[in-house]
Design a protein around this ligand. Structure first.
Ligand code: F6R
Ligand code: MG
Ligand code: MG
Length: 377
């Protein structure tokens, strides 16, 4: 069985929480080149301030060596970030030392395991300034809504439906809490979970026709890991495509009507999920947003990654970007901090609001309620 692991971290960036330098990325790649001989392949890309490492191997998920390699690569990136005085150097490496597995240590992890098909096309998504639940709506639309994915109506194996494995991101006391729901039968219940993207995140999607894993999303919640704000949980996702699975066009279509997702400034606002191009020119420079999503298409060939294709480079997506920027500005500039402009107070990524509430505690006054009979007297 083949496993594709995508492990990502923000270990420092230039000019703010914007993007890493070329030297930082080169240091990450050098470690993979020097120590990654046991991999079949690797590929490194960036989205905003995040470095995303894709690794192809046959060691299965949660493998010590695979996770250690990513950790070592991020430590090398951190060294460069420190040397160059970059902002947030080592931000997502929450522990001083690696302990068997990067889960819980800060980096985001998404792993998918499958028998490589004769041709194995897939998409990788990386996002910045948002949360894992940002993928809830696009993945639900692509895998569960036949108004959009007509493959659910036209292709027998796709018509058999999919199993969504959803994680409860707030349940951290006694291990991970998961549920599996099948579409179409459990579609409404699935919607009820996914409508709450801060709490419920899709971890995997499996084909009911073949049992194969089709999609995987990173589901870490850094705040729950670290106990305090250390950056947003900028997620990654892998989606296998074509044949028995939705086509890349069906997977990408929902990004043309991008949802509002949590993130942008201080991880505490709502912004429009904004599809970006490959050239690295996109930085979250308007209100630390908009929340960015990059997509990369590839095939795997005997475990090796092909050259990347960037679907959002197509000129079609220029109009989507224009719309998304207009919607985000309109919303942000009209709404400010009020109501849905910011996330609900329990989700605010900084503690300042809670401190204000505490500081005001003694200044409230309470007038005893007057009963109607008291006023009659
Ligand atoms: C959001 C993010 C940024 C920072 C903001 C303030 O995920 O990373 O919006 O929260 O730029 O950053 P600090 O507190 O580091 O000055
Ligand atoms: Mg950062
Ligand atoms: Mg980031």
């Amino acid at each position: 069985m083949r496993t594709v692991s995508v492990i990502k971290a923000d270990v420092g960036s230039n000019a703010g929480h914007w993007r890493p330098t070329a030297e930082l990325v080169a240091a990450v790649e050098d470690v993979l080149a020097d120590e990654g001989a046991f991999l079949d392949d690797y590929f490194v890309f960036t989205v905003g301030d995040d470095v995303d490492i894709m690794m192809s191997h046959t060691r299965g998920e949660d493998d010590d060596d695979v996770h250690r390699l990513a950790w070592d690569a991020f430590e090398a990136g951190t060294e460069v970030a420190k040397e160059q005085g970059l902002y947030g150097a080592g931000q997502d490496l929450l522990e001083d030392a690696f302990a068997g597995n990067v889960r819980g240590l800060g980096p985001g992890v998404c792993e998918i395991t499958f028998e490589e098909r004769e041709a194995e096309p897939f998409l990788v998504f990386g996002a910045d300034k948002t949360e894992p639940g940002a993928f809830n709506q696009p993945l639900y639309t692509a895998f569960a809504d036949p108004r959009y994915t007509t493959g659910l109506l036209l292709k027998d194996t796709i018509h058999e439906g999919f199993t969504f494995r959803v994680m409860d991101l707030e349940h951290t006391d006694d291990g991970a809490r998961r549920i599996e729901l099948d579409v179409p039968e459990d579609g409404w219940d699935l919607t009820a979970l996914l409508m709450e993207p801060h709490r419920f995140g899709i971890e995997k999607i499996l084909s009911r026709a073949t049992g194969a894993e089709v999609a995987a999303v990173s589901t870490q919640k850094l705040r729950n890991v670290a106990g305090e704000y250390v950056g947003k949980d900028d997620p990654v996702a892998v989606v296998r495509t074509q044949a028995d699975f939705p086509s890349p066009g069906e997977i990408l279509q929902p990004y043309a009507t991008p949802p509002f997702v949590a993130g942008a400034m201080r991880g505490s606002h709502h912004g429009v999920f904004y599809p970006i191009q490959s050239d690295g020119g996109e930085i979250p420079s308007y209100f630390d947003g908009p929340p960015l999503v990059k997509a990369i298409g590839m095939v795997l060939n005997d475990g090796r990654f092909s050259e990347p294709v960037y679907p959002f480079d197509a000129t079609f997506w220029d109009s989507v970007r224009d719309d998304a920027a207009t919607r985000f500005r309109e919303f942000r500039e009209r709404q400010g901090a009020f109501g849905p402009g910011t996330v609900e107070t329990s989700e605010l990524e900084y503690g300042g609001w809670t401190d204000i509430m505490e500081s005001l505690e003694d200044r409230w006054t309470v007038a005893p309620e007057q009963s109607p009979s008291a006023t009659d007297d």
